[in-house]
Write a protein that binds this ligand. Structure first.
Ligand SMILES: Nc1ncnc2c1ncn2[C@@H]1O[C@H](COP(=O)(O)OP(=O)(O)OP(=O)(O)O)[C@@H](O)[C@H]1O
Length: 613
């Protein structure tokens, strides 16, 4: 075995594995591709992400990439002309299938202003007035795509501005800021936006109201559950809104009573779409899909009425269930991400359900669901403690991070009450927010939290989705989220739109393996830490053991994709780190050698790993 150089190196020795382990040569081959990409890492010293390493997702089409390449920092892409919606003769529009798109030509990735995106001047003016000057990447990609009439799934990390990414093209087409001034049928709602929680629904309403301005804000109507239904119905009748925003149950309920006229609707938005696919929303979502606008391609009868609706699905996490749903609900839908627009058809796994769960495509798509769902600026830690010390650890954590605005997640309502009581007893202003509270109490608590009257908001999954409180500087998992998707949405409440944010998971020793698993699935580093003398201290020993063990797990499973993810995480940790994958006599050889300090030698049997030498 060669001597180890004095820098961080990943050494993988494994071309002669023992027959007992039954690794064939073809399965070993991917290792060498991982070695190749590590050499790139050390050369350019960029922050490590799978994307920065050139580890391309399989769903990107090379065609799209080539066409979207920038020249001298300026996009060579022209924003394509919008297809005229209204002038298409009815006979044609009713049968016309959306043309196949040249996906690479859709998104100007280097947009410097909203006016470049083809928005009406009045809307751009409003945006500037509200302090929105430069579109985020996902907005630059989504706005022209939606303006071109495409059904889309919008995926980008939490807090990246997905709400405006779909609101802006909608407001370009409907309401007082729209591009053309064609009169509307006042009875018809023109856009329906569905969100899984009242809080998120109200947040979207406020965003629309802001852009419409005080004189026109009645043109957006909230239809969230928990509020007085007859008052909502009255407002629909009186204000004749163009846009309604609500929760699935209430929208379906009012629609069923015949008081919501959505047959001529142009836009249907499903925000947090993966959550809306949950079993408890199934019936309501089904009704909404059936009754809002006319589904594109649903009927070829020329007498069927207005043009098809556009379906827009949005989330930071897009599991395969969403892709499947989008393919069945939309017409040639596109997947819009911060720097790419691809056809969903190009995503492998049309027959995913038929694939064995361990197959590589399945793994890629599952990982894809939560990878790239979190802003890169977030810092992730976990701290091991006993269950009875969790509240004390939380208090010490808040002091150590010097957090001013904290969201702490738990899983059960009763524990939330206890936790609030304990924090208040220690002199920390806290409040609980959960679904058992009525709408008024919920909005009062949120208001107090936004105003800074409450320092710690103790809550459950209710607040994990979409809630935008820019000041939130710390998220704590007092109890583990159920999976990496839930972790992503909880964590995403902090570090929004480039702000700094910290996420700390307080867990028991026996739960550490779950944290490690989520770390792997999310493609982030979750560092072990302790809170000592008012400071957050990263436990270097634990960290080294952790990253090495995770990487080794992957090596032992011999799954190339996992090995790459894990080793990226290991390298991101910045520790002196050596992982040697050895067999048989190599292992014995390694045990007799002296390696530099902090060198961890592992072999392909987890039980056999030695640390440090
Ligand atoms: N172009 C922009 N310039 C400045 N601020 C923006 C811009 N776009 C959005 N924002 C602000 O960024 C914050 C996050 O936006 P938004 O809530 O839409 O994120 P998101 O991607 O939907 O997050 P999540 O996945 O958590 O729902 C909001 O406060 C919003 O007002």
């Amino acid at each position: 075995m060669p001597a180890l150089p004095a820098s961080r190196v990943l050494l993988l020795f494994g071309d002669t594995l023992s027959a007992g382990k039954s690794y064939g040569f073809s399965r070993v081959a991917p290792f060498y591709s991982s070695l190749r990409f590590f050499s790139r890492v050390s050369n350019n010293n960029e922050p490590l992400t799978l994307a920065s390493l050139g580890f391309r997702s399989r769903v990107e089409t090379s065609k799209g990439n080539e066409k979207s390449r920038l020249k001298n920092g300026v996009s060579t892409i022209e924003v394509p002309k919008r297809r005229e919606k209204k002038v298409i003769p009815r006979e044609i529009s009713a049968v016309k299938k959306k043309e196949r798109v040249d996906v690479g030509a859709l998104a100007p990735f280097a947009a410097k202003s909203f006016s470049e995106l083809g928005l009406p001047p009045l809307l751009v003016e409003r945006l500037e007035k509200e302090g929105f000057k430069v579109p985020t990447d996902v907005q630059a990609a989504a706005v022209p795509t939606i303006l071109k009439n495409h059904d889309v799934v919008i995926q980008s990390y939490t807090g990246s501005g997905k709400t405006l990414a779909y609101l802006l093209p909608i407001l370009s087409e409907v309401g007082p800021l729209k591009m053309n001034n064609e009169p509307r049928n006042k009875m018809d709602i023109e856009a329906v936006i569905v969100a899984p929680s009242r809080e998120l629904g109200m947040q979207i309403v406020r965003e629309v109201e802001k852009l419409l301005g005080p004189a026109d804000k009645r043109l957006v109507q909230q239809l969230v559950g928990g509020a007085n239904r007859s008052r909502q119905e009255e407002a629909l009748k009186k204000n004749k809104p163009v846009i309604v925003v609500g929760t699935p149950g209430r929208i379906a309920e009012i629609s069923a009573s015949g008081k919501l006229h959505t047959h001529g609707c142009q836009f249907l938005v499903l925000d947090e779409v993966d959550e809306l696919l949950a079993f408890n929303f199934r019936e309501d979502i089904h009704r909404i899909l059936e009754h809002v606008g006319r589904r594109s391609g649903a009927s070829k009868n020329v007498l069927d009425g207005p043009k098809p609706r556009q379906t827009i699905m949005v989330s930071a996490t897009v599991p395969f269930s969403v892709i499947r749903a989008a393919k069945s609900w939309g017409c040639d839908p596109l997947l819009v991400q911060a720097k790419s627009v691809v056809q969903l058809e190009s995503i492998p796994g049309n027959k995913m359900s038929e694939m064995p769960s361990g197959s590589s495509s399945s793994t890629i798509l599952q990982t894809q669901a939560s990878v790239q769902s979190l802003p890169p600026s977030l810092k992730h830690y976990y701290s091991v403690t006993r269950i009875q010390h969790k509240m004390d650890t939380l208090r010490r954590c808040i002091h150590a991070v010097d957090a001013k605005c904290v969201i702490a997640f738990m899983n059960h309502t009763k524990q939330l009450k206890d936790a609030v009581f304990k924090l208040e007893a220690r002199g920390m202003k806290a409040a609980e927010l959960h679904g058992d509270l009525n709408k008024l109490t919920r909005s009062t608590i949120l208001k107090r939290f936004r105003n800074g009257d409450v320092r710690v908001l103790l809550t459950n999954e209710l607040s994990a989705r979409g809630l935008d409180i820019p000041e939130c500087d710390l998220v704590v998992n007092l109890e583990l989220p159920t999976d990496s998707t839930h972790y992503a949405h909880r964590a995403g409440r902090t570090g929004r739109l480039g702000r700094r944010g910290t996420v700390v998971t307080i867990c028991e020793e026996r739960e550490v393996f779950v944290v490690r698993k989520m770390q792997k699935q999310l493609g982030v580093v979750i560092q072990p830490c302790e809170f000592e003398e008012g400071k957050l201290v990263v436990n270097e020993d634990e960290k080294a053991i952790d990253v090495t063990r995770s990487a080794l797990d992957a090596v032992t499973r011999n799954e190339a994709k996992d090995i790459q993810t894990e080793t990226v995480a290991a390298f991101q940790s910045g520790l002196p780190l050596y992982i040697c994958w050895m067999t048989g006599t190599d292992t014995e050889d390694a045990e007799t050698r002296r390696y530099p300090a902090n060198c961890y030698v592992v072999d392909n049997q987890i039980a056999n790993w030695n640390m440090p030498l």
